[in-house]
Write a protein that binds this ligand. Structure first.
Ligand code: PLP
Length: 396
């Protein structure tokens, strides 16, 4: 059996395993070091009790033969699809356009399968690596990187951008923390319409948008339903990174070139390859969208945003250029003239802080580090104290 040749095209050492390898190497020589991780974007806060109870009730129901349930609808429990349409989208999408799944990352992989290998794709650079690597696994060879840097306010120059079949777009962005404005998303939708492209809009961090002028969904833009699929997740919305629950919106108005329905094909693919998200997770998701759960997760999101604000202030006080961190849980800090893996090593060795090297997200990430606000407050405060010990000049 020959190895899948697409696998050979992947770069060695996906970003996070390399971070873990370096961290472990450091720890093996410095076992006493108390490392603070502001690297991987994983949630740390305990779930609100009302949500954990809903998960537990759903699990306990499985032990009761009168309440036991097996497979559910592949598209998700009807009540949850309705609630997502109501609470997240204020009915701007139909419940039957909502497909519940077991994680945004899993759905990104399945979407790549939906479109196949004979497509060209565009990604923001820097980018969440899954868009590129998942496409390569699928056999996609034409990948256009759209530079996003401080010169263009981390929004691609669409006037000079090449046409592609698919455009991956993430806002609030991982890793830059940039949030696209309404005008920017309008331009993106017009660009996709003009080029007959489909936008895969990753809204995994939408709940961090507090500014009412910033769009939380691509469907706030007129005409977006004809050109965009949106992926949402309970992971960062509600601390469900381990519980696993997400959704994808595939509008009925979205058509392939030959006029056939993307929604129908997605439904076909999901009913073939997916057997529905865990019923326990879905009941947890319903609790998130109920009044008490919703209130509790607003507090959780506000907590992480306060972490971001504390980190932002600390980095600014060291005269470090820092972007993001407002309406987003990631900060994107620039160290002109320095390689981001060198900064990684320096922060690890001198301050016992782990952040993510920007170059791992693409060439435009060189000189940058991504700091994640997903941490406990004590760790954020401790990290800022440690950073204050350095005069900043060493970092610059
Ligand atoms: N999309 C982006 C931009 C992410 O950063 C992440 C996780 O870090 C995901 C999707 C994956 O989310 P999920 O936990 O729902 O698979």
């Amino acid at each position: 059996m020959k190895r899948n040749p697409n696998m050979t095209l992947l770069q060695d050492g996906y970003l996070f395993p390399e971070i873990t390898r370096r961290k472990n190497a450091f720890l093996s020589n410095n076992p006493e070091a108390n490392i603070i991780s502001l690297g991987i974007g994983d949630t740390t806060r305990a779930l609100p009790t009302c949500i954990a109870e809903a998960l537990a009730d759903s699990a306990n129901a499985l032990a009761d033969s009168s309440k036991y349930t097996g497979y559910g609808p592949e598209q998700g429990i009807g009540a949850l699809r309705n609630k997502i349409a109501e609470v997240i989208y204020k009915h701007s999408v139909d419940a039957n356009e909502v497909f519940v799944a077991d994680g945004a990352k899993c759905d990104l992989g399945r979407l790549q399968m939906l479109f196949g290998s004979d497509v060209s794709i565009a990604v923001q650079d820097p980018t969440y690596p899954v868009y590129v690597e998942g496409s390569i696994i699928q056999g996609v060879s034409k990948i256009v990187r759209l530079p996003c840097n401080s010169d263009n306010h981390f929004f691609p120059d669409l006037d000079s951008a090449e046409r592609t079949d698919l455009i991956y777009f993430c806002s609030p962005n991982n890793p830059t923390g940039a949030v696209a404005s309404r005008e920017q998303l309008q331009a993106l939708v017009s660009f996709a319409k003009k080029n007959k492209s489909i936008i895969l809009f990753d809204a995994a961090y939408a709940s961090y948008i507090q500014d009412p002028d910033l769009p939380k969904s691509i469907y706030e833009i007129e005409g977006a339903k004809e050109v965009a699929i949106e992926i949402g997740s309970f992971s960062k919305l509600a601390g469900f990174t381990g519980v696993r629950l997400s959704w994808t919106i595939v509008p009925k108005a979205l058509k392939f070139d030959d006029g056939t329905s993307v929604h129908a094909d997605w439904n076909r693919l999901m009913t073939t390859l997916f057997n529905g998200a865990s019923n326990i997770a879905q009941h947890g998701g319903l609790a998130v969208l109920e009044k008490n759960g919703w209130q509790a997760i607003q507090e959780m999101n506000a907590y992480y945003l306060e972490n971001a604000a504390i980190l932002h202030r600390a980095l600014r006080e060291l005269n470090i250029q820092v972007y993001g961190g407002h309406n987003a849980p990631y900060l994107w800090a620039r160290f002109p003239g320095r390689k981001s893996w060198d900064i990684f090593q320096y922060l690890l060795e001198e301050f016992h802080i782990v952040a993510t090297p920007g170059s791992g997200f693409g060439d435009n990430g060189e000189e940058f580090m991504r700091f994640s606000a997903f941490a406990n407050r004590e760790n954020i405060l401790e990290a800022t104290e440690r950073l204050k010990l350095c005069c900043g000049a060493e970092l610059l």
